[in-house]
Write a protein that binds this ligand. Structure first.
Ligand code: ASP
Ligand code: MG
Length: 403
């Protein structure tokens, strides 16, 4: 089999951890597999490098940031190669540019355009274990780029896709995907399998086990993905197109996203074209809008509220202020103290009564719901951020019992 493995920063944080991971790689190789390993930067290396940059220049160019940050992954692959050499295993480490990981030129958040399989294939044909630095690529100018924080998962899935790998295993410091954050919700249960779509919802909802892009790629190219622990050798969570009935739970998870802000455009005239103007302003500013609510007042005006990523809140406000006259609104308000709590499960909406339980849980804890949105596989409520952890606990308990 051809197996692509990815180890996160915490799994390779120091020499002892590198040695343990090398043991898993060696076993996979000795079992007769071809092995490609993608590594992240050790421990907090990326954050530390960002800190060093800030000490010198609080506003460095994104190009130079990428030159700096790609160093972290290079350290990891070189050290892992040395460890495997010590174990007398044939190994080679490669950078993003050596494997022609071609990306666009959006420094700091580059998108992969193509990957050459030629070099990796040649090394595998020499029976070598191939170590690839995650998170990094090269653009058409020959400059170094990065794929965005957490991007090594995406490197691994992309390589698995182009090589047609039999498996892509993401090794991390948790042993799989849980129905809620296990550090915060004591009753959280590990899922044996989850669909790509559910995983995408959970990832974008702030359950940060996998980089979102990596799940999108896995879905598009049908990559057989598994999330598992680098500490304990046991099955993790499989991420697939469909999940067999025996493995299925109607609800696959409860997630919280506190990094959102609610924007209210208050007192807009109730006439055609207003929503168009508001959301055109957002689209011109390249701001993604999530939940939208329009409520009519008694005086012939209405309010349009919507949520955006918290980082975009200032830009959203500025763009709306610039468009305020055209929109004809009374005022614009920004509330950052909100969070979104969501229940995710394929087919949840087909199962009557499923949604009601979330509202019941929130009602029982006297948590006020500001906005609601639903889709085939998800139900979300926007609430005060100070209520969010309590809400996740209560909602989780409603669906899964008390652990
Ligand atoms: N080292 C990068 C980060 O910390 C990429 C990764 O770990 O996936 O974001
Ligand atoms: Mg990660």
């Amino acid at each position: 089999m051809l197996i692509v493995q990815k180890y996160g920063g915490s799994s390779v944080a120091d020499a002892a951890k590198i040695e343990r991971v090398a043991g898993i790689i060696a076993d996979t190789y000795h079992a007769g597999n071809e092995v490609v390993v993608v590594l992240s930067a050790q421990g907090d290396t990326t954050d530390d490098l960002i800190g060093k940059a800030r000490e010198i220049n609080p506003n460095p160019s994104k190009r130079e940031m990428d030159v700096l940050l790609t160093v972290g992954e290079q350290i990891s692959v070189a050290l892992m190669a040395m460890q495997l050499e010590k174990m007398r295993l044939p190994v080679v480490s490669l950078t993003g540019w050596q494997i022609e990981m071609n990306t666009d030129s959006t420094y700091g958040a580059a998108r992969i355009k193509s990957i050459s399989t030629e070099r990796i294939r040649r090394e595998l044909d020499k029976n070598r274990i191939v170590l690839v630095a995650g998170f990094q690529g090269i653009n058409k100018y020959g400059d170094v780029t990065t794929l965005g924080r957490g991007g090594s998962d995406t490197t691994a899935v992309a390589i698995a896709a182009v090589l047609g790998a039999d498996k892509c295993q993401i090794y991390t410091d948790v042993d799989g995907i849980y129905t809620a954050d296990p550090r915060k919700v004591p009753g959280a249960k590990k899922l044996s399998a989850i669909t790509y779509d559910e995983m995408l919802e959970l990832a974008s909802l702030g359950s940060q086990v996998l980089h979102n892009r990596s799940v999108e790629l896995a879905k598009r190219y049908h990559v057989d993905l598994e999330v598992l622990s680098s500490y304990e050798r046991k099955p993790g969570t499989k991420v697939r197109e469909v999940v067999k009935d025996v493995e299925r739970m109607i609800i696959s998870g409860v997630a919280k996203d506190a990094d959102i802000a609610r924007i209210t455009v208050a007192g807009v005239p109730d006439r055609p074209g207003v929503a168009f103007r508001v959301f055109s302003a957002m689209s011109r500013a390249k701001i993604n809008v999530d939940i939208i609510l329009q409520s009519a007042g008694s005086d012939g005006t209405s309010d349009i509220s919507f949520t955006v990523a918290e980082d975009d809140a200032d830009a959203a406000k500025a763009a709306l202020e610039a468009a305020a006259e055209a929109v004809g609104c009374d005022h614009i308000a920004v509330d950052r103290d909100v969070a979104k709590v969501s229940v995710v499960g394929a087919g949840m909406m087909n199962s009557s009564g499923m949604a009601v339980r979330m509202f019941e849980a929130l009602a029982n804890c006297h948590i006020n719901i500001q906005m609601i949105s639903s889709s085939e596989i998800k139900l979300s409520a926007v609430i005060a951020q100070s209520d969010a952890d309590r809400a996740v606990q209560a909602v989780h308990e409603k669906y899964f019992g008390e652990g």
